[in-house]
Design a binder for this molecule. Structure first.
Ligand SMILES: [Zn+2]
Length: 297
């Protein structure tokens, strides 16, 4: 099946019952970090921890209660064979969420985030399987990849630095042959990283439109921004005006497609955002890359 190699590896660990859970590693009843009420066996880690059980239910998958590991694996195989892409995506984000709880206990993810990311990945795996374009690739890629023929790729990033005192955004547009086409960046007066990310997307799309690019892949690694832009209605919030502006420009006569990526694949946009956060310039646009940027391209 065409899914990222790390998910194939996770499936292999699952079906061989050798996932490195706390119980597996310590060979004794080590408590689950997520709920603290049970030993973290493989079955508990993926399916029966209350947090993850609810996530499976949200997708209509109901793991058997009090099942032996053989019955559980049979049930898992049956779900896998009928909903392979969705199963892989949910399994992956349950594992990521579990690891986030273990390694970043102060920054828990909510269920909507896991559900949204799982749907996104499942759609992406289906697209990958049906697409002949290797460049319509997964956001699991750690490195930036060029867009397919006839597309440009806009990478956007916004960030807050130095204890919330400096904020900046950066956008870069590149061609299928990996050439720099346009870029812009600036500093912003806000303490909201989400506003920075949305502003970066707005500037990136506007720059692409003004430069007459009409087939655009826009990449961000900000899940919150990605999710807000894919909701049908604009919720009442501090940045609703910004979301409305982005949605409006997307409705123009062109093709814009969003991709959620790893932050390591967005390093150039991140560089631009950091550079201009300290420059105090509200907005600067470049048709050729700066010398600093050239060394990174
Ligand atoms: Zn648990």
């Amino acid at each position: 099946m065409k899914v990222p190699e790390k998910i194939n590896m996770l499936l292999w660990l699952l079906f061989h019952d050798v996932v490195p859970t706390a119980t597996f590693r310590f060979r004794r009843g080590h408590a689950c970090t997520c709920c603290s009420i049970s030993s973290e066996t493989m079955a508990h880690c993926f399916f029966f921890c209350p947090k993850f059980y609810l996530i499976w239910l949200r997708f209509g998958f109901c793991p058997p209660n009090n099942a032996s590991s053989i019955v559980l694996l049979d049930r898992v195989r049956s779900i896998f064979s009928s909903h392979a892409f969705l199963f892989c995506a949910v399994l992956w984000w349950v594992w990521r969420d579990r690891n986030n709880d273990v390694f970043c206990p102060g920054d828990p993810w909510n269920m909507d985030k896991i559900v949204g990311l799982s749907h996104h990945n499942a759609n992406e795996f289906e697209l990958l399987s049906s697409s002949r374009h290797p460049s319509f690739s997964s956001h699991f890629c750690l490195d930036w990849e060029p867009p397919p023929p006839h597309f440009v790729k806009v990478n956007c990033d916004g960030s807050i630095f130095i204890c919330g005192q400096l904020a900046g955004f950066g956008c870069i547009i590149r061609s299928p042959d990996e050439n720099y086409l346009r870029g812009c960046s600036g500093c912003i007066s806000t303490d909201s990283s989400l506003v920075c990310e949305l502003l970066a997307i707005w500037h990136g799309l506007f720059l692409a439109w003004e430069a007459c690019f009409r087939n655009v892949l826009c990449e961000t690694y900000c899940w919150e921004a990605y999710n807000l832009l894919h909701q049908d209605s604009v919720e009442v919030c501090d940045h609703q005006d910004l979301i409305f502006r982005i949605k409006s420009i997307m409705l123009r006569h062109w093709s814009v497609r969003f991709m959620l990526i790893q932050c390591t694949a967005n390093s150039i946009a991140d560089f631009l955002a950091r550079n201009d956060a300290t420059s105090q310039l509200d907005y600067s646009e470049r048709s050729t890359p700066s010398n600093d940027l050239l060394t990174l391209l």
